[in-house]
Design a protein around this ligand. Structure first.
Ligand SMILES: *Cc1c(COP(=O)(O)O)cnc(C)c1O
Length: 419
């Protein structure tokens, strides 16, 4: 049975203080996850996780990960700003952006974040950018094209992905950048998303490690680091098995020894930019049942909507739902669980087997700790929820307040609003 990290008693205490809906994060789980990751890669000197800020952009979460040794992966000016303000320095920031505006490159340089170049064409762009000085270390993003397959299973389709550069561009990019004074190089590649298998990272690593040998052969450059980026997934569905980071780390270690160490490239640092794997299971969306409705189906209307979690509406993504306090009751009912948007795809679940639900019940929507709150929006003038941290010591602390009408109106020119 898939159970959330909070029980009914804890939730009753929390909702007595903080009104629903809200995203709730589990400090203990987050810290343990970071430690397990570092343990799994402790064989590699210089290993570092650059947490993908877009997954959970909250300074309280970022600071916690910083304390556990993580850096950050940013893709925009404001993500860089938030990270800088949260105490990260440039050496702890990866700037893995794409289609990047000039000002963002300049700011990344100003704070000395490592630029991970998405496009070969941007070398010329940066060359022509007054005030941009090429750094000593740069990373390049690789896209091998074709399909990414493991055995007979196609995992994803890099050829259709807008990210990264081809092998030929990568090689030429290194040569061009060397001529511009860059001395140290890294490689980055993200080839499949939300993989629920312990084999993805080792398979990706093998491909990148072999490419590192080719790079040395053709350019004479021994890479400084290889960034395996994100893509390790989580078991959203109850029948799925969680990835085991110790097994994944050992799998990468094996191919590292076979390919890199065996060819005297055993100094290359391994980096990761995990978002989902680090945070998704350690956050839940807590929402209260407002109404029950029965027409051709049975509907449970809750006080959260897709603006708080768009993955089900956007991708048809599955998020498990627990009715707090009814964990052990049989799932005798079939419900659509909906929000209040004037949009029929505003459903957290369709035809889901659940125990009998009553108005006022608290629903816990699982695995919303990454790409949950952060993908939120304000359609129907629905406001963003608060974010609450369940602290390791047991208390709950608000780490972002809910939006108020005045926040929504704040950017309107000349609209003088007073409640
Ligand atoms: C989104 C993203 C990540 C994190 O991906 P997850 O699937 O959340 O692990 C890492 N790196 C880059 C460049 C990304 O765009």
């Amino acid at each position: 049975m898939k159970l959330p990290f909070v029980n009914k008693e804890q939730l009753d205490d929390i909702v007595a203080e903080f009104p629903t809906p809200f995203h709730l994060y589990d400090e203990k789980g987050i810290r343990e996850k970071a430690r397990a990751l570092y343990q799994a890669f402790s064989w590699n000197r210089g290993f570092k996780e650059y947490f993908a800020v877009k997954a959970t952009p909250n300074p309280a979460i970022l600071k916690m990960l910083h304390e556990e040794g993580c850096g950050v992966d940013c893709a925009s000016y404001v993500e860089l700003l938030m990270s800088k303000k949260s105490g990260f320095d440039g050496s702890e920031m990866m700037f893995s952006s794409n289609d990047t505006p000039a000002e963002e490159y300049l700011y990344a340089r100003e704070i000395d974040a490592t630029i991970n170049l998405d496009a070969y064409e941007h070398i010329e762009f940066l060359k022509n950018l007054a005030r941009f000085e090429f750094p000593e270390t740069m990373s390049l993003r690789y896209n091998p094209g074709g399909v990414f397959a493991m055995g007979t299973q196609i995992m994803d389709n890099p050829e259709e992905s807008k990210f990264g550069m081809t092998k030929v561009q990568f090689m030429q990019g290194i040569k061009d950048l060397q001529a511009l004074g860059v001395k140290h190089f890294g490689m980055h590649s993200f080839l499949a998303s939300n993989t629920v298998t312990n084999e993805y990272y080792p398979a990706l690593a093998k491909q990148l490690f072999e490419f590192a040998l080719e790079i040395r052969e053709e350019t004479g450059v021994s890479l400084d680091f290889i960034n395996l980026s994100g893509g390790i997934g989580v078991n959203y569905r109850p029948e799925e098995k969680a990835n085991d980071i110790a097994v994944i780390g050992a799998g990468v270690h094996r191919v590292y020894d076979e390919v890199l160490s065996a060819n005297s490239l055993g100094n290359i640092k391994i980096f990761t930019e995990l978002g989902r794997f680090m945070l998704a299971p350690h956050g839940v969306l807590v929402t209260r049942v407002l109404h029950l409705k029965e027409t051709y189906r049975k509907y449970v209307g809750v006080d959260a909507s897709s603006v708080n979690l768009m993955r089900p509406a956007m991708y048809g993504a599955y998020h498990h739902i627990t009715v707090a306090g009814k964990e052990n009751e049989p799932a005798t009912q079939v419900y659509d669980v909906t929000g209040a948007l004037c949009e029929n795809n505003d459903k957290f679940a369709k035809e889901r087997d659940l125990p009998e639900i009553a108005e006022g019940d608290l629903l816990v929507i699982h695995d919303t700790g990454a790409h949950g709150f952060s993908m939120g929006y304000q359609y129907n003038a629905k406001l963003r929820s608060s974010e609450i941290l369940l602290e390791e010591a047991g208390g709950a602390r608000m780490i972002r307040r809910a939006e108020r009408p005045e926040d929504y109106f704040a950017t309107l020119d000349g609209f003088d609003f007073e409640i």
